[in-house]
Design a protein around this ligand. Structure first.
Ligand code: HEM
Ligand SMILES: [Cu+2]
Length: 679
């Protein structure tokens, strides 16, 4: 049976590629299948929007903006899900990720998505997927507060699912490859490591770290806005709010691409018959990306003159640089891998290859827009819509299709007929680039984005775009039809028919049994992972931090803090920090750690839920009326200490890398919240 699913691969890769194991296959299909289903529905909404701008359909503006909001959120979530599944699938060859954890994250994301859909379609929420403050609170009678609340809660659930996924991937991958520095290839770059981690592991570490940053920052702004839904006295600082929102928004949209790159490092070689090895340029590029990913977002604030000038300069430099490392290195090495390899052209591998073009073209469009003199012209025009649709639709979505085709081709043991592959790919390329092409032209002419009713005389671009979108849809139908055929051909390929003898009657019967997996899953890494504070010196640092933060309780500090909401929040953050430092230090004591055991999921829940609880109770509506009463106020402070303590204990269950990062992020959330919600 070794031949099952291998016939479609390159002969050289077929020998070294392990047969697909059931858990990976199922998780991959679930994530990517959901992503593609979401894509189909949201694509239809996209077409309706474009036809409205073309004045062919007569959808009211309030419905246009609802569709736009749910389309943006839905597409990004669907694409992210698909690529999370793909990266999980390729990592699982060497990293013992647990399917149950991936499924828990999936469930949370789904619950969040349902909340968002209800808030938009039933509640009328239509502030765009970026929910930029204060728009959610100025609905002009289009939606009520419950819709805003439900929308924000939905985003929070999606973010929590994503955070948990990243924490698990980071903890397990870095433990498997011997720590963060080694996984990222730092000793290898310095010539001290002969066998670096494979590129998909490097990518996984980088995207999960940046994913944790993005979701922690996103959660902070979402929680601050939720605070305003039940405490009308809360006012956020609009500039801080915008910074946090775009940090989260830019990051998440961008990360999808980098998740995808990680998966392609494994999938492409299976058709090229050559391994995609870690090289110094690849390792260096990902290291640079780790930093550039978090500094590039502020190109969304070029037009905000109150933003400090140094921040604008940093963002112009990092936005320009961000495109270079991974994109160029990956596209170049990927195309070289295919070049002269007798590449095996199947449905999957064709889409993989075509995806590189979207990344190069869309990336160039982004780079052009990130240069300040040009941004004056292109800011908030259809140019922006053009560039991100180019790499999301023509790269990420192509790769999502390619990933599912890869799974199905292998269980079917064949690919789609060449004519069908050509038709599907050809129609989608023509339709896709036609669609984004009309946006590039419209943007260059200055047509603004996010206008339900576009400037008079420009509906021709929208009409052309709509026609191209329908051509794309035609290609998509051919593709789905082929995928269904492959799925049916592969049904039961993991089962074998065996003849058994009934032990009682002695008669024999035929039964189907799961094929024995030919390869063992990777060995599980032992939990709990290495502790965040491992040596006596590190424990000493934890203790010192606790002692220093006692200052937050000193009467002069407390009195001074009562004069402004911002300082009250800072003081609360200090009190939380005290609890946190104690919790981490105690949780890392060997005896206590043994007692706590290996409760990764419980630790993760503490790290995710409790900082959120802290921020939700940090609004004046909750604490202000307690302040005059010493005992009640004491309870409030004790509650903050307790939350910090439990977050600290929880973080120790996440291991050295994810645990330390979780500690850092929970403090960061408090400080960012104080800066934003103190206004
Ligand atoms: C299937 C073909 C697609 C069509 C026809 C389509 C159509 C549209 C249209 C008409 C808009 C509004 C543009 C404007 O501002 O005037 C839009 C916005 C958007 N689309 Fe798509 N789209 C497609 C695919 C995708 C994909 C694959 C993604 C992401 C994976 C995506 C993500 C977005 C986002 C994030 C926005 C911005 C929403 C906002 O401004 O709040 N779209 N799309
Ligand atoms: Cu951006």
């Amino acid at each position: 049976m070794a031949a099952v699913g291998v016939a479609v691969l390159h002969p050289r890769a077929a020998e070294s590629t392990a047969a697909q194991r059931t858990p990976e296959r199922r998780v991959g299909l679930l994530f990517a299948g959901t992503g593609i289903a979401v894509f189909a529905v949201m694509g239809l909404f996209g077409l309706v929007m474009r036809l409205t701008q073309a004045t062919v359909l007569d959808v009211s503006p309030s419905w246009f903006y609802r569709l736009m909001t749910v389309h943006g959120d839905g597409m990004l979530t669907g694409a992210l899900l698909a690529m999370m599944g793909a990266l999980w699938f390729v990592l699982r060859d060497t990293v013992a990720l647990k399917a149950s954890r991936a499924l828990a994250c999936y469930a949370l994301i789904l619950v969040g998505a349902v909340c968002v859909i209800v808030s938009v379609l039933a509640g009328g929420f239509a502030a765009g997927w970026t929910f930029l403050y204060p728009l959610p609170f100025h609905s002009a009678g289009q939606w009520s507060t419950w819709a805003t609340t439900l929308y924000l809660v939905g985003l929070l659930a999606v973010g929590v699912g994503f955070f948990a996924f990243c924490a698990d991937v980071l903890a397990t991958t870095t433990t498997t490859y011997g720590g963060l520095a080694r996984t990222l290839g730092v000793p290898y770059l310095r010539g001290r490591d002969e066998s670096p981690a494979p590129p998909q592991a490097i990518a996984a570490a980088v995207v999960s770290i940046d994913g944790l940053f993005a979701s922690a920052v996103g959660a902070t702004i979402v929680l601050a806005e939720i605070g305003q839904t039940y405490d009308g006295s809360v006012r956020l600082d609009a500039l801080w709010a915008k910074n946090l929102t775009y940090f989260f928004g830019h990051e998440t949209a961008n990360l999808i691409m980098y998740f995808a790159a990680g998966a392609v490092y494994v999938l492409l070689p299976r058709y090229a018959g050559r391994p995609w090895k870690t090289t110094k340029p690849i390792a260096a590029a990902w290291l640079a990306t780790l930093v550039l990913l978090v500094t590039a977002y502020s190109h969304h604030l070029y037009l905000d003159f109150v933003q400090p000038q140094w921040a604008e300069i940093v963002s112009e430099i990092s936005s320009s640089l961000a495109a270079l490392p991974v994109a160029v290195v990956t596209i170049y090495t990927g195309v070289m891998l295919v070049w002269g390899s007798r590449y095996r052209w199947t449905l999957s591998s064709t889409l993989l290859y075509l995806g590189f073009a979207g990344w190069a073209i869309g990336g160039t469009g982004a780079l052009i827009d990130s240069l300040i003199p040009l941004n004056f012209r292109f800011h908030n025009t259809d140019w922006v819509v053009a560039h991100f649709h180019t790499y999301l639709l023509l790269t990420v979505i192509f790769w999502a299709f390619a990933f599912v085709a890869h799974l199905l081709e292998r269980s079917a043991g064949r690919s789609a007929p060449p004519a069908a592959t050509t038709a599907a790919a050809g129609l989608m390329v023509l339709g896709g680039y036609g669609l984004t092409g009309t946006w590039f032209v419209a943007g260059a002419l200055g047509i603004p984005r996010r206008y339900a009713v576009q400037p008079p005389g420009t509906s021709g671009y929208s009409l052309a775009g709509s026609i191209f979108a329908m051509i794309f849809a035609l290609g998509f139908f051919v593709l789905v039809w082929q995928l269904v055929a492959l799925a049916r051909a592969g049904l039961g390929s993991h089962l074998v028919i065996v003849t058994r003898t009934d032990s009682w009657t002695g008669g024999s019967y035929v039964a189907r049994r799961e094929l024995e997996p030919e390869t063992e899953p990777p060995p599980e890494v032992e939990e709990p992972y290495r502790l965040p504070l491992a040596t006596p010196a590190q424990l000493g640092v934890g203790l010192a931090a606790a002692v220093v933060s006692v200052a937050a309780f000193l009467p002069p500090v407390v009195n001074a803090s009562e004069n402004s909401t911002r300082y009250t929040h800072l003081d609360n953050a200090g009190i939380f920090f005290f609890g946190l430092a104690v919790g981490v230090t105690v949780g890392c004591l060997p005896a206590v750690s043994r007692l706590l055991g290996s409760h990764f999921m419980l630790g993760l829940a503490a790290v995710v839920v409790l900082p959120a609880a802290m921020l939700l109770t940090m609004v004046p509506g909750v604490y202000a009326h307690l302040e005059p009463y010493p005992v009640e106020w004491g309870y409030y402070l004790a509650h903050n200490v307790a939350l910090g303590l439990l977050v600290g204990l929880g973080s120790t269950r996440l291991g050295l890398v994810a645990g330390r990062l979780a500690i850092f992020l929970s403090i960061g959330m408090m400080l960012l919240f104080a800066a934003t919600a103190g206004g």
